[in-house]
Every structure is written in structure tokens, then in C-alpha cells.
Design a protein around this ligand. Sequence first.
Ligand code: MTE
Ligand code: MO
Length: 368
Amino acid sequence: FVADGPIVKPLPPELFIVHGSNAEMRWEAMRGQGLYVPNDRFFVRNHTRTPRIDVRTWRLRLYGTGLRGAPSVERPVTFRYEDLRRLPAVTVSAAVECAGNGRSFFDVQQGQRAEGTPWRLGGVGVARWRGVRLATVLERAGLLRSAVDVLPQGLDPTVVSGGVDLGRVRRPLPVAKALEDALLVYEMNGETLPPDHGFPVRLLVPGWVGIASVKWLGSIEVADHPLFSPWNTQSYRFFGPDYPPEGSEPLTGQVAKSAFELPWPATVRAGRPLVLRGRSWAPGRHVGKVEVSTDGGATWRHARLLGRERGWRRWEIDWRPRRTGSTTLLARVTDSAGTVQPERTTFNTFGYLFGAVVRHPVQVVEDV
Ligand code: MTE
Ligand code: MO
């Protein structure tokens, strides 16, 4: 790994696929793991690079702005790290998933080339996050009923795109979602939040596209009017032939997916019984059932659902590959509302929210 690269933690090639300043988890790295993705193998998505922040001088500034004469909070408040750690804390299990997770399959499965990091399915992870509810902090500042949007901003370097400085990573959040379940996180899986995941404090917006969960928080603006940033106008909307020129509404929730805990491509031995394992998730809903095909989609069997669902659901199914040669594994989840993962996802220019069933290549070799 490159010590001075955009990511601080080691990125061993058996655990990660590196795409520029981003690193996706290899799904085989989850074999034998529990529900949560350990911090050392959690994917990293950096627009620029991981900043090194001194917690002694770090401050979180919360302030209100108003177009109608009155600010949206009674008073601006500045929090030190110790201040936040003294507020009532909660722990939640939730996924963080990049809106572009699965993007490469627009190309691989549908012949449609999308712009952006060519993630397979490793741009997602589930962890236990501990911190303070954003609602608690907003109340301390005296949130007013006039508040409409909340704008968290990161302390990482400004993002330059096509010669234009877009400023620091920031993305408005409706105040209703901010109050519902957004969290100011300082611990991940029982450890101090690691540098790459937003140390000292990040936002967690459960169920929403990863960009909402702003890392390395420096400030939060509360406004009595809709706020905009490039991350809800120029990107993180659907653009393309099926959408209006200004794009869709800004993306919010994620889509259901399934993944096998297998290398890509996988190799298995003919005639030898094995257990296929994987995970499915249905953000905003629940996993109803998971079906697996070991013959390229011709026939399907029910997988056994394991444990409890927290962010995602683990499952397994027995398989005894017969003939040598190549085949394709598929897993599809049906959510609690009865929606099944589709065979295709409507294309959008930036390749967001690919939710179609992924075809996992497998080589069946002779058992020696
Ligand atoms: N926050 C800041 N400040 N800068 C970033 O580049 N990337 C976002 C989000 N928060 C980003 C950020 C994106 S696109 C995703 S998918 C998640 O962080 C990834 O979180 P992780 O790196 O902890 O997995
Ligand atoms: Mo992302």
C-alpha cells in the first residue's frame, strides 16, 4: 500500500480492489465474518483524500441562516470533541453504501457504460455506529420551526472537477430526515472512528446513499430555505435519456442487492458438496426471501436466512456442482413489500443505484 496515498489504512490486495482514491471490499473477505464488516476491511470512498485532523483543535460549528429575516436556530453553537462525547449517546447498526455500488454491471451486464468508479458490489458495509443523534445537537442550538434544510460540510480538501473548484464536500439533508435518525458518529464497531471513515466525527444517514453520510464534519448550516450543493444538483441525481435535463430529484434511499461471499470469478470443484454464502439487503424495507440459481438463472432455490437482519441479512445454500466448465451464480432478494430484484436496471449517466441481479461467474474444475 501507498503510505502517502489518499487512504491511510493498509489496503492488502486480498481484501480490497483499489480504484484511485477509493477502495472496495472484496466480498470473499466477508467469509467467516460476523454481521459487521471489520474496520480494516470496510470500503473507503474519498472524493479527494483522508485528512489528518487534530482532535484538540477540531470544532464542529452549527449555525442558522435565514432568508426570511430570522435564523433557523436560536443561537450558533460550537462543539468540541469532548462536548459531543458528553451528550447522550446511541448505537445503531446500519449500512453505508455508495450510490455507485454495482456501477460496473451497467457495462458488464447491460452494455451501457456509466461514468464513475467501476465498483463491483464491494462499495457497501454494515457496522455498529455510536454517537449523538443529530436531533440532540440541533435541539441544543434551539432549532426553530422555520428550518427546512441542514447542510453538513466536510473538512477534506476541496473537490476540483473539470477545472472548477466545487468547494468542500457538502450535501443538504431535509430537516425531517435529520431529526428522524441521522447520527453524529465518533465510534465504529466499538473503536474510535478511523481516519478514513471520518475521524473525529462523521454523519450517518441510515438507508440513504453514502454521500449523505458526510465524513470529517466541520460545520452544519441550518436554513429556512432549500439549500443546494453540487452533490445534490450536478451529481447524485439520475441523468440521461430517461430523465429531465436537470436530472431527477436528488437521490435519497438505496436499492436492494445481493452478493455472494466468493472471489470474482469463483472456482469450485466438481462433485464436491459445498455451502454458498452471501448477504442481501433491502434498505428502507426488510429482506423477505432470498433465492439462488446455480445454473445461470434457469432454476431457483430458496436460501436459508441466518441470524437477524441488521443492515443486511446473511444466508446460505447447499450446492454440489456436477459438470466441469463455467456457470453463473445468481442471488435475488424479495423485500418485505414483495418487490423482487429485477433483471435489468434503467440506465442513468452516472450509473447510480444498480439494483438488478448480478451474474457471478464460476469455474467448476475437476476435483483432484
Ligand atoms: N464525506 C466527505 N467529507 N468526503 C467524501 O469524499 N464521500 C462520501 C461519504 N462522505 C465523502 C464523504 C461517499 S460518496 C460515500 S459512499 C461515503 O462517504 C463512504 O464512506 P466510507 O468511506 O466510510 O465507506
Ligand atoms: Mo458514494
